[in-house]
Write a protein that binds this ligand. Sequence first.
Ligand code: HAM
Length: 431
Amino acid sequence: MRPLQSVRGMHDVLPAQAAWWQTLDQHCSEVFAAYGYQRLRLPLIEHSALFQRAVGEATDIVEKEMYCFADRGGGDLALRPEGTAGCVRAGIEHGLLHNQTPRLWYCGPMFRYERPQKGRYRQFHQFGVEAFGLPGPDIDAEQIAMCARLWRRLGLSGLQLEINSLGSIEERAAYRGVLVDYLRRHADALDEDSRRRLEANPLRVLDSKNPALADVLADAPALNANLGPESRAHFAGLRTRLDSLGIGYRINPRLVRGLDYYSRTVFEWLTDQLGAQDAVCSGGRYDGLVEQLGANPTPAVGFALGVERLIALMQRQGTALLSTAPHAYLIHRGEPAAALAWRLAEDLRDALPSLRLQVHAGDGSFKSQFKRADRSGAQVALVLGEEEAERGQAQIKYLRTQSSAETLPQRELAVRLRQCLLINQAEKGHE
Ligand code: HAM
């Protein structure tokens, strides 16, 4: 029998990797909350029709990358390839978008049947952010600033922001005609992939990485030269905001994105440190999607960041990991002390909700318990020997510094721990 293996393109995250994921999780949830975004949890499975309508029939994602299946009821279902469609579906279904301007975020696995390679997987993870009901470029700029803040928090440098405007839905449609005319005239110079896309999804031809097409594409009519006054003003507004926030960017007239729902602003954060899969975060405006899915017209803008790619970058650039080790390890000896230890631990957790406290379980000499305390990564050992238990005292032993041990009444322990440990990190801030 062949050994069991994970499915191609789908990976386990082992405990050694957990601290990276946890660090990213924590920074994302704190940064999103700092901008007033609220968390939403969405199903992994939706009706395939949702993605056909939202992402677009002629996109690679829907055409060849979706995991579609029928369940026992015969439904035509899909593992979600991205989160925006489900978020809009949920917003409409629960009336969140009606006369409201929700700012939402979600995270979790997405599934695309792509050719796996470094940075490209069949199950990958995203943090996604979406804001509804806000038409101005100020919110686009704020979302980009939110990413920039996250990069700073994570200690990441060298990320390049590219922006473009696809114009309104009508302008985009008109441009499509202009582009198709041009590409048809140069059909001989196109490769097979581009010829196929020419009819189905011509904007994506601009995305081609084939160097043989570089000349033809360089002369192709540019999308942002075809924008009307409103779209131009919107894009100028975005640039003014980014300038005033001190966020550098490059305008890339070829940035079109691989999903059909975008209009006006599109953006990507790129790195040159991860090889071919260089986009760590991408998004833009999708002012037509809510209406297209059956509700009142509602402008919207959002982005998603690729967790695996960001973690690869964090590892390369040495992001400081947030510790998950206990702050304190409680050591005890003798039955009266043991009973007291578990009670004392509960009292300490009541008094200090952010305290991470591990109580030694079972027997063991002081020596072996200290060894475990050391291995746990705790900063201090709290010692409850028979003598301390009898006197209502406890001892604090510092495991990582030269400070001498202190013996104090148990009721003063919480106050002392608050002073000497780095707890309530979130309240102290990271920047
Ligand atoms: P997307 O560009 O398809 O956009 O994906 C967003 C990010 O997910 C990419 O920049 C990349 O970092 C990561 N990613 C995509 N595919 C893979 C893969 N196969 N393996 C690893 N990472 C991957 C969206 O999904 C839109 N829903 C974003 C959005 C939200 N637009 C508006 N709101």
